[in-house]
Design a protein. Structure first.
Length: 272
């Protein structure tokens, strides 16, 4: 059965990292209504237990679905996806799209066979990531590093500030402690916040750390958008009102992001 044309797709993240996914969804499906949900009250997922994250995400998605009736939900958070995707698909009756580190395309694109993965601690330790490595990069070297501090730097940029180059450099340097890292030519941005500071990371890598200019910083947002477009093929879209963003956290804190949210086509912001 086709959805109500005004039914939105839901993008859920702990903060606003999911905007990196939303930007690609806008390109693939310019007419689709979007509901963006930022679970600031649940931050940080990366420091919670797997059971806590799974319960939080499943419960929150259930409540949002009951209130807003989305036609599809995207968990635009690598940590939440690698932990809770299976559970959520069991309890919700709408299509669920996850966000996982772009290990497959990195393995396909690497010339040297050495790949870096930046993510949160909650993401890089997951068996799901081990499985991705076995399936797509078993003959490659994957260097993992947890850099949750980059989430703050990304949110700082969105609020009009300047990311701290020293923090970015320290995160990148931490992946290069092993000898194999000298050959690294792909860096996976394994948190949806990180693509928001891709240009800053690349600039620091080349000009502060002396990395080769051809090292690629990649993420899976475009692939996620293609997957969503495929699942919604043949459906019609119609906006009955402005696209909206909701937060579980402090509304005033979220309203400070109104200028940047507006650039993504979100003109209504409210408390959930």
């Amino acid at each position: 059965m086709l959805s109500d044309p005004a039914s939105p797709i839901l993008l859920l993240d702990t903060g606003v990292g999911g905007l990196s996914v939303m930007g690609e969804v806008r390109k693939a499906l310019p007419g689709v209504p979007i509901l963006f949900a930022a679970d600031y009250a649940g931050q940080p997922y990366g420091q919670k237990t797997e059971a806590q994250v799974a319960a939080r995400v499943a419960g929150l998605l259930g409540r949002i679905t009951e209130r807003y009736h989305p036609r599809l939900a995207c968990i635009a958070c690598n940590t939440a996806s690698t932990i809770a995707l299976g559970m959520v698909r069991e309890v919700l009756e709408i299509p669920i799209v996850g966000t996982v580190p772009a290990i497959k395309p990195a393995a396909e694109n690497t010339r040297t066979g050495v790949i870096g993965l930046l993510g949160t601690a909650g993401t890089i330790r997951q068996p799901y990531v081990d499985e991705l490595e076995r399936n797509f990069a078993s003959d490659k070297t994957l260097l993992r590093h947890a850099a949750p501090e980059l989430v703050y730097e990304a949110e700082t940029k969105l609020r009009g500030g300047t990311p701290d180059r020293k923090v970015l450099a320290a995160a990148l340097n931490a992946m290069t402690e092993r000898d194999e890292a000298m050959a690294m030519d792909q860096v996976i941005l394994g948190c949806t916040h990180f693509p928001l500071i891709r240009e800053e990371l690349a600039d620091v890598a080349v000009f502060d750390l002396g990395w080769p200019a051809d090292v690629q910083f990649i993420d899976g947002a475009a692939g996620i958008a293609r997957r969503i477009a495929h699942l919604l093929e043949g459906e019609t879209f119609e906006r009955s009102g402005p696209d909206r963003a909701v937060t579980t956290g402090d509304l005033d804190h979220f309203l400070a992001l109104k200028p940047v949210l507006s650039t993504y086509g979100i003109d209504q912001i409210e408390q959930f």
